[in-house]
Design a protein around this ligand. Structure first.
Ligand SMILES: CC(C)(COP(=O)(O)OP(=O)(O)OC[C@H]1O[C@@H](n2cnc3c(N)ncnc32)[C@H](O)[C@@H]1OP(=O)(O)O)[C@@H](O)C(=O)NCCC(=O)NCCS
Length: 175
């Protein structure tokens, strides 16, 4: 059974290994290339780990899955979601995304967003099961320019008002 940990900057070799595995496996699922990741220096990997909250799944020390949460104006953007083929159809992918969602909640973000390729039915169904819904925004993949991507969002605002009244102190604006 894999273990999941929030990656620290010292985990940069593991992040590099999992990104190489993911981009070798399904290149067009991501907005990067193997060449770009291979050209990154240790300092750049460490800087990326400083910006993005990555959750890494390992099994016997080998990386088998990853999900990251990158700060974004609309909330926290889910990035780099991938699990090794032998772990698909099991709980691992949802657990990794759950780590990012919990991190977003704990950091006070109102939503978690994600971009999914229009061709990627499996990922789209996976995100739908977790409660993500299309926002209506679409864009081209920055690397695979012919490929349309769909933005999804998981609102976290249901949690924001728990136990607290909404509106001003007099209740005038509460409906
Ligand atoms: C996306 C990913 C993380 C999802 O993890 P997973 O373990 O495969 O997800 P699950 O099996 O729990 O859910 C997949 C859903 O797609 C369905 N599915 C399975 N194979 C499918 C296929 N070939 N086409 C369409 N849907 C498919 C499953 O039935 C399930 O839907 P359901 O929950 O409604 O039954 C994983 O498939 C992966 O790493 N894919 C490659 C990288 C990738 O595409 N990342 C996403 C980038 S946005």
């Amino acid at each position: 059974m894999p273990r999941i940990d929030r990656a620290t900057e010292d985990d940069w070799p593991l992040l590099r290994a999992v990104r190489v595995a993911a981009l070798t496996d399904v290149p067009r699922a991501f907005a990067s290339t193997l060449e770009r990741q291979h050209s990154m220096t240790e300092a750049q990997w460490r800087a990326w780990l400083g910006e993005v909250a990555f959750f890494l799944a390992t099994e016997d020390g080998e990386p088998v899955g990853v999900a990251g949460g990158a700060p974004d104006p609309a909330g926290l953007e889910l990035v780099s979601v991938w699990v090794a083929a032998r772990h698909r159809g099991g709980p691992l992918a949802a657990e990794l995304v759950g780590g990012v969602v919990e991190h977003a909640r704990a950091s006070g973000h109102a939503a978690v967003t994600a971009w999914v390729g229009g061709w990627n039915d499996r990922a789209a169904r996976f995100y739908a099961r977790l409660g993500f819904a299309p926002t209506g925004r679409t864009d081209l993949n920055p690397v695979y320019r012919a490929q349309c991507e769909v933005e999804l969002s998981l609102p976290l605002s249901d949690d924001l008002g728990h136990g607290r009244p909404v509106g001003d102190q007099d209740g005038d604006r509460v409906r």
